[in-house]
Every structure is written in structure tokens, then in C-alpha cells.
Write a protein that binds this ligand. Structure first.
Ligand code: PEP
Ligand code: MN
Length: 339
């Protein structure tokens, strides 16, 4: 971090500032120019409050050289993180295919979809039990019953399960859940993230619909700062001026995140596009770009789905897509193996 002091900065105040920074454990590199003095801070500056320093009387400008996230930063952890989900791995060359309905609706639906996506090669089952819906009148999920049905589908198929946690008070109900999903709307629910830092279960963190990649990494940092390093990032489309798709899939996120972090990256083409026929091309593009996994909505009867039927693939469509993804993985931007 570099602090540029004001011309004619009061020497007493400058001394107070340097003392304050030294007390925080930094080595200082002072560079005296003809008009300005520059202080270079040497050490981990991720905990420094840049706004506080900027607001001081003697300070003209502050610039961060190092990213404000440390645990998630590839600079401090060169090797890809591999997250092991009950035997299904993601990251470091392992590709994960997550598939299932938007919401768990009933026993036949979840078990039927689980069996068919498993036969197509999916290695994790998705299904919402607590649903974040824009309308309070829309189907909100089956709650505890939904979790119970997911557990049953897990028992029948052997597939690990992922489902969304909206309220930390529900965590005791999630004992059998293998990956906890933090939805786009909760990406910056910092109290929720801190609590998820206290457990060791994998967390799939979805990018908020109006959040930058740096904000996504800062949210991952909240979880990791608590000691939970099993974080999987998810690009699921962002809000733009475009209305032809539900969101705009920011595929460049895969390339950018790959450089900035060692955490695995999943792409969700279902919520990104919102339209069934756009899901396969975007899923293939994500795999080709080097995403470590996909999360795809699949429903046995999309026209009658209680949630997100328009973007859901049928089991047959998912089967064709899974074959196509498998075929292109050897040509992906990164070597990926889907076991
Ligand atoms: C979901 O995966 O069901 C979901 C609600 O996604 P998002 O949080 O990305 O909108
Ligand atoms: Mn959905």
C-alpha cells in the first residue's frame, strides 16, 4: 500500500501517522520527493482500513498494491484448491457436474430426477428446500420436508446433495447436506458468511447479481477467515441492460477468477440465461473456458415445475448435454477430468 502525503503536511501529524502504522506492525519505506512524501507500507495490508487512512488531514491519496483478500488469493496459495464432497472432487483438474431441479417438489420428482441425472454422469444432486423467491406468494419450497426428501434421494442414488441455506438458524437441519449453497441474494449477508466460516462443510458461494468479482472474493474471504477453506465460487449471471436473457452470463469471470484465486469455479448457465435452449451452449462455453464444474437445473416435467421450469432441461436434454460436455473437456482451457 502506498500513502501519498499532502504538500506541506504537518510534521507532527505525519509522525503520529507513522507511529500508528509502525504500531500496526508495518515496516515503512519513506520516500521524500521535492513536494510530496510517499510512505510505502511493507507487510500484509489486507486488514488496513483504506477509508480511514484516506480521511486523515495529512493524506492526499492512498493506493492498494495488493488485493484486500488473502486466504482466497492465488498469490499466497499457488496450487488449485481441491474440494472433496463425499468423494466427488472439484478443482485442481477435477470436474464436478451438479444437476437437479430448482426445488424439491415431491418424492417421485426428486428421486426420479436424481436417478436420471446420475445415469447421465452427474456427481452431485441439487434441489432447493428453502427458496428465495421475489414474490412472497410464489412457492417457497418444502423446507424440512424438502431436506428429508433430498436425504432420501441421496440414500437411494448415493449422490451427495447441495441445497441453499438462507437463514443460519436452519443450519442444524442441514446435517446430511454435503454442500451448502449461499444464493446470489445472500452473497453479502456477512453474518451468514461468518457463521459458515465456523464449520468445515463445503460452501458454494454464488455471485450476487450486481457484485464485482472482487466483492465475490471478499465474501469468500469472510468464510475462509473463519477457517473454512472449502469454498467453491459460482458465476450465475449478472444484471445488465440486456433483457433477452434472465441475466448476462459473465464468462470472463472464469478466466479472471482462475488468475486471482485458487478456489474452484462453477458456472450456472440455468440462472444466467433463464431459458432452456440457451443452457447447453453456455454450459459448453463454460466448460471450454476452464470452469471446474457446472450446476444445471433439470426437471422431469418442466412446464409444470413449481419454480424455474422455463430454464430447466428435461432429463433427456441433460443427458445429451452431459455427453457433449464430456466430449469437449479434453479441449478445455485447462485439463479437466470428470470421473
Ligand atoms: C438457485 O440456485 O436455485 C438459485 C436461487 O440461484 P441464485 O441464487 O443464483 O438466484
Ligand atoms: Mn432456480
Amino acid at each position: 500500500m502506498i500513502i501519498l502525503l499532502k504538500e506541506n503536511a504537518n510534521p507532527k501529524q505525519v509522525e503520529n501517522l507513522t507511529k500508528f502504522l509502525k504500531n500496526k506492525g508495518f515496516d515503512l519505506h519513506m520516500s521524500q520527493g521535492t513536494e510530496h512524501t510517499i510512505i510505502g507500507l511493507i507487510g500484509d495490508t489486507s486488514t488496513v482500513d483504506i477509508d480511514l487512512i484516506s480521511s486523515l488531514d495529512v493524506v492526499e491519496a492512498v493506493r492498494r498494491i495488493q488485493e484486500p483478500y488473502k486466504n482466497a488469493n492465488r498469490k499466497f496459495h499457488a496450487a488449485d484448491t481441491v474440494v472433496d464432497v463425499a468423494g466427488a472432487k472439484i478443482g485442481g483438474g477435477h470436474f464436478m457436474m451438479i444437476a437437479g431441479p430448482c426445488s424439491v417438489e415431491n418424492r417421485d420428482q426428486i428421486i426420479g430426477v436424481a436417478e436420471s441425472v446420475k445415469a447421465s454422469g452427474a456427481n452431485v444432486l441439487r434441489g432447493g428446500a428453502f427458496k428465495p423467491r421475489t414474490s412472497p406468494y410464489a412457492f417457497q419450497g418444502l423446507h424440512e420436508e424438502g431436506l428429508r426428501l433430498l436425504s432420501e434421494a441421496k440414500k437411494v442414488t448415493g449422490l451427495p446433495i447441495i441445497t441453499e441455506l438462507m437463514d443460519i438458524n436452519h443450519l442444524p437441519l442441514f446435517g446430511d447436506v454435503d454442500i451448502i449453497q449461499v444464493g446470489a441474494r445472500n452473497m453479502q449477508n456477512f453474518e451468514l458468511l461468518k457463521e459458515l466460516g465456523q464449520i468445515r462443510k463445503p460452501v458454494l458461494l454464488k455471485r450476487g447479481m450486481a457484485n464485482t468479482l472482487q466483492e465475490l472474493l471478499m465474501s469468500a474471504e469472510y468464510i475462509m477467515a473463519g477457517g473454512n477453506e472449502n469454498v467453491i465460487l459460482c458465476e450465475r449471471g449478472i444484471r445488465t441492460f440486456e433483457t433477452a436473457t434472465r441475466n448476462t452470463l459473465d464468462l470472463s469471470a472464469v478466466a479472471v477468477l482462475r488468475k486471482q484465486t485458487h478456489l474452484p469455479i462453477v458456472v450456472d448457465p440455468s440462472h444466467a440465461t433463464g431459458i432452456n435452449e440457451y443452457v447447453p451452449p453456455m454450459a459448453l462455453a463454460a466448460a471450454a473456458a476452464g470452469a471446474d464444474g457446472l450446476i444445471i437445473e433439470v426437471h422431469n416435467d418442466p412446464p409444470h415445475a413449481l419454480c424455474d421450469g422455463k430454464q430447466s432441461l428435461t432429463p433427456e436434454q441433460f443427458d445429451s448435454l452431459a455427453k457433449a460436455v464430456r466430449a469437449i473437456l479434453p479441449f478445455a482451457a485447462k485439463e479437466l477430468v470428470w470421473e
